[in-house]
Design a protein around this ligand. Structure first.
Ligand code: OOG
Ligand code: NI
Length: 461
């Protein structure tokens, strides 16, 4: 009998190792973690209802363990290898995000656990972008960047051979799994030496700051980690007292009684010293800005209809006030956003009845005492108190918010117009697999919760 380590355990160990490494590399992230856990504790002790709901659905334990990170890759073979590495940790590509529409020359997916149990054990996600050099108009520079990337290897030999071993055997034994975590972590490490000259860096940087971030280094350093907070407005407000400078506005929907999708904010990326190669094979000190810390608060997953309403309202408010990176119009933006979002229903019942969000259905105790239940349609079972519904948490990302996070760190000047050109087919060819459609996935969770209720009711009828 084999004794392979469950993929969720490898993922949890990896997430912990990454958090420790990042805390050491970016001390402000440690301060942010402390602030988040303090605010989470306070929120849970003052909001009994929220506490009860989290206990019943997400599991309270996962809150403080929860985080996502992000990396930016340079070429197709890096992306496909990353997919194989993440698969061993039980993380699979969900969603396709085109960021060219938001002026950033990448497209992305999120590797994450998919099944409910795996999410409960450890929901670690990595937002993974692939640079799109084809969107760079300067052809010389594009060829130059391609050439630089051709030679780079971002995985250690140990990571590669353990990945092959895991694929062949169908898992890793304990000591291999421990080694795997250590080896894979190397890919995410910061490099304070660039693999190019300061001149080349400047040319790449002038084309787009993100291109410089991807092409200049030996590996795709983790650029942020993001714990989950239960009260993002409070954390945002307290950041300065913890010595952290928050970005100007919180991305995503405004504060609401019934949280939807995802709200995010971050602290500004750090300016860090980096050594560039110079002409006489020596090193010359320069600077690079890439790494930051972020927080997120998650709400209900929306149906295509709900998402369409969300996108429309967000777009509408941004046409009136577009948030500036320097924070000069933050108050006006927040006020406008709240006003426009009054059009989005703010009770769970209304969100459910209008088909805007996904819910998990379950039977109440009443079914045990009420004798035979004859209804079979959702609305009357809910109305009569036989069935209850809990919002399904959104586990994915939002391209406009992602772009907002990119821009707050790159500066408004980094906003460029690229030809809007989603290319999911090309992305999936480079990835070597299809991405899971997140809407279908949430619909399926909802459906199976509902079917389980019906099965039980039929079995006692
Ligand atoms: C990715 C930004 C996307 C999020 O939370 O939306 C992201 C990046 O900056 O590389 O992490
Ligand atoms: Ni993020």
């Amino acid at each position: 009998m084999n004794s392979y380590v469950p993929s969720s355990d490898i993922r949890a160990a990896f997430s912990r190792a990454m958090s420790l490494m990042y805390r050491e590399e970016v001390p402000a992230y440690g301060a942010l973690m402390d602030l988040v856990s303090r605010v989470n504790d306070q929120t849970l002790s003052s909001q009994a209802e929220l506490r009860a709901r989290l206990e019943a659905t997400d599991g309270l334990d996962r809150i403080s363990e929860e985080r996502h990170g992000a990396i930016r890759l340079g070429k197709a073979e890096e992306l496909s290898m990353m997919r194989r590495v993440f698969a061993i940790m039980g993380m699979f590509p969900v969603g396709y995000y085109d960021l060219s529409e938001a002026g950033v020359p990448v497209h992305s997916t999120a590797f994450r656990p998919v099944e409910g149990d795996a999410l409960k054990q450890n929901p670690f996600r990595v937002f993974t972008s692939l640079l799109r050099l084809e969107l760079i108009s300067d052809e010389d520079l594009r060829l130059e960047a391609e050439r630089i990337l051709t030679d780079r290897k971002i995985f250690t030999e140990g990571a590669t051979s353990l990945t092959e071993k895991a694929e062949k055997q169908g898992g890793l034994e304990r000591c291999d799994a421990d080694r795997f975590v250590i080896e894979v972590l190397e890919t995410f490490r910061w490099h304070n030496k660039a693999n190019i000259s300061g001149d080349m860096y400047r040319r790449l940087h002038d084309a787009h700051r993100l291109i410089a971030d991807v092409v200049s280094f030996q590996g795709p350093h983790i650029n942020h980690l993001t714990p989950r907070t239960l009260d993002i407005d409070q954390v945002q407000a307290l950041m300065p007292t913890y010595g952290i400078a928050p970005k100007a506005v919180i991305e995503g929907p405004p504060p609401r009684k019934c949280p939807i999708l995802l709200r995010q904010t971050s602290f500004k990326a750090l300016e860090e010293p980096v050594a560039f190669r110079d002409a006489d094979h020596g090193w010359k000190t320069g600077w690079h800005t890439a790494r930051f810390g972020e927080i997120e608060q998650r709400g209900i997953a929306l149906t295509p209809k709900g998402r369409e309403l969300y996108d429309r309202l967000l777009d509408q408010s941004r046409r009136i006030v577009r948030p500036a990176a320097d924070g000069s119009n933050a108050k006006a933006y927040e006020a406008e956003l709240s006003k426009v979002f009054e059009a989005f229903p703010d009770t769970w019942e209304e969100i459910r009845v209008q088909g805007l969000g996904y819910f998990s259905y379950s039977l109440t105790d009443k079914v045990n005492t009420a004798g035979t239940v004859v209804e079979t349609d959702v609305d009357s079972l809910v109305a009569d108190g036989f069935v209850q519904f809990d919002p399904i948490t959104y586990e994915d990302f939002l391209p406009v918010s992602a772009a907002g996070i990119f821009h707050s760190n790159l500066g408004d000047s980094a906003r460029q117009d690229f030809q809007v050109s989603p290319n999911q087919q090309r992305f999936e060819a480079d990835l070597g697999a299809a991405t899971l459609d997140e809407f279908e996935h949430y619909a399926q969770i909802e459906r199976s919760s509902w079917n389980a209720c019906l099965r039980w009711l039929k079995s006692v009828a």
